[in-house]
Design a protein around this ligand. Sequence first.
Ligand SMILES: Cc1cc2nc3c(=O)[nH]c(=O)nc-3n(C[C@H](O)[C@H](O)[C@H](O)COP(=O)(O)OP(=O)(O)OC[C@H]3O[C@@H](n4cnc5c(N)ncnc54)[C@H](O)[C@@H]3O)c2cc1C
Ligand SMILES: NC(=O)c1ccc[n+]([C@@H]2O[C@H](COP(=O)([O-])OP(=O)(O)OC[C@H]3O[C@@H](n4cnc5c(N)ncnc54)[C@H](O)[C@@H]3O)[C@@H](O)[C@H]2O)c1
Length: 543
Amino acid sequence: MKFGVSATLVAAVSLPTTTLAFAPLLLSTSSSSSAIASSRAHYSRIASTSLSLSTPADDSAFDFDVAIIGCGVGGHGAALHARAQSLRTAVFAGNDVGGTCVNRGCVPSKALLAASGRVREMRDSAHLESLGIQVDADAVQYSREGIAAHAKNLANRVKGNLEASLVGLGVSVVEGRGVLTGKPHQVKDETTGKVYTAKDIILAPGSIPFVPPGVTVDEKTVYTSDGALELPFVPEWVAIVGSGYIGLEFSDVYTALGSEVTFIEALDNLMPTFDREIAKQAERLLIRDRPIDYRTGVFASEVTPGIPGEKPVTIKMIDAKTKEHVETLEVDACMVATGRVPNTANMGLEEIGVATQRGFVAVNEKMQVLTSHEDGQVVPNVWCIGDANGKMMLAHAASAQGISAVENICGRAHAVNHDAVPAACFTHPEISMVGPTEEQCVEKAAKEGWTLGKSQGSFRANSKALAEGEGNGMAKVLFNKETGKVVAVHIIGLHAADLIQECANAVAAGTTVQELSMMVHTHPTLSEVMDEAFKGAVGMSSH
Ligand SMILES: Cc1cc2nc3c(=O)[nH]c(=O)nc-3n(C[C@H](O)[C@H](O)[C@H](O)COP(=O)(O)OP(=O)(O)OC[C@H]3O[C@@H](n4cnc5c(N)ncnc54)[C@H](O)[C@@H]3O)c2cc1C
Ligand SMILES: NC(=O)c1ccc[n+]([C@@H]2O[C@H](COP(=O)([O-])OP(=O)(O)OC[C@H]3O[C@@H](n4cnc5c(N)ncnc54)[C@H](O)[C@@H]3O)[C@@H](O)[C@H]2O)c1
């Protein structure tokens, strides 16, 4: 039976039965390792006693109320919220609790950025001299192994915390991969072959690096972020293919640690998905002042790994439009940062009648899975969150979607407002944004018939930024002149990633620039950069 076409299936949304079956685990606050062991024992007990291969007549006959496939930040967020609603919850973790963000993404990359950023600061003797501090830049040394260990240890620690939180809240963790069997409400543990039933199934399998055709990755000299995060060596010259989030963050790490970087970008501009004005500022602050050069409008069409110290990595490039060979580079290493693709193969989607597009699962705004991207029907009781649905490849978006799916499972209609989800690139200085780029805002305003307003704040006149000797950067607020509502904000400058939150909240709550301009910002803080922009939007001057 195909999920999407049966009229006899139970309704997609209804209040699930609550249970006290996990009460002992909810009381558990023991250390992570013993708590995990108790969870596994508990889970085995359930698994061996309650297998049901046909659709149970009432909700309590299912093994679980919710089964979640994938335990990255999306699956974890969904699991915790499901337990908070007293739903009997299982996660199939595929031996990878924490997923990309914790093990191979946000967490270790921010550790590398923090450590390498410190090296950059301490070697910047001219900057320190301007604050009255003398350092011998050459005396500042780092240990590659030490920095790599910092990233690894942090990832392990956060992973441990996640495991402990699952156990503490009474989520049943199945270690193996979960696959759909094709029968409604069923998930099979691929490792043991056991089949479990759940009233609702949330798919959260995440994404993996995209490697373009012609590129051979050995994860040693030619690597994706998976290999780069282990910092196996600091190459003298590294080519980074792709100038998106990952490429940009790693160019920050590498140049701080002493590498020279060459960007290879297929589109005509570096950072093509960023707001143009911000991308130009970023080029000034993050590219031109550093040992970075670049080629744009070219594809890396053939990349062949080398042998460290013996044979270089070769990169053949072709013109993105004519497809003619333009150049071949020989470098020490090549990082491939050309986007990510959904990790949805071989999980039984076809069995439930779901046709993906480049692997992405179509969902509606409630996160219910649709049979296809074109006029697809809702697949009852199946939901998809996080990178796998392609709506927004960010950790906090995945988690928010997980919470939202659970709300809908509980019968409380909810949709994530993706226009209000902020994003940040953790370079030095940081870049952050919420809402569309200015170019997209101009189009949107013209199409929808409203007038776009724009106001700017600067770090140059901000006391706190100047006290730090970090006066570079700007913030711009884009708003609807008729309603005063904030549509988008883009920031580049010190701690931009923290400054964006106030703006994201404003977009989410529909706060107007008139209201924001009257809100009091602490002095002296970087938040006054935003105060200046909000006041400027209504013709007030800030002090
Ligand atoms: C280098 C890097 C840096 C990043 N930095 C940031 C950042 O600073 N901020 C930010 O917001 N985002 C960042 N991201 C993006 C962020 O990591 C992702 O958006 C986020 O991890 C998506 O969460 P997810 O739960 O959808 O998927 P994932 O984190 O990919 O988790 C999915 C999990 O499901 C597992 N799985 C897959 N199939 C199955 C199956 N059949 N059964 C069981 N388990 C399965 C996978 O092994 C994985 O553990 C970064 C990404 C990278 C690569
Ligand atoms: N701080 C953060 O929030 C953060 C950090 C890292 C990653 N992420 C997430 O991870 C995802 C993946 O990041 P990413 O940087 O790999 O992808 P991206 O989509 O941001 O950038 C990929 C870049 O590679 C270019 N490209 C693609 N194929 C190419 C080729 N053959 N030759 C040359 N250039 C090519 C694209 O034009 C694009 O500019 C992003 O969607 C992002 O949301 C987020």
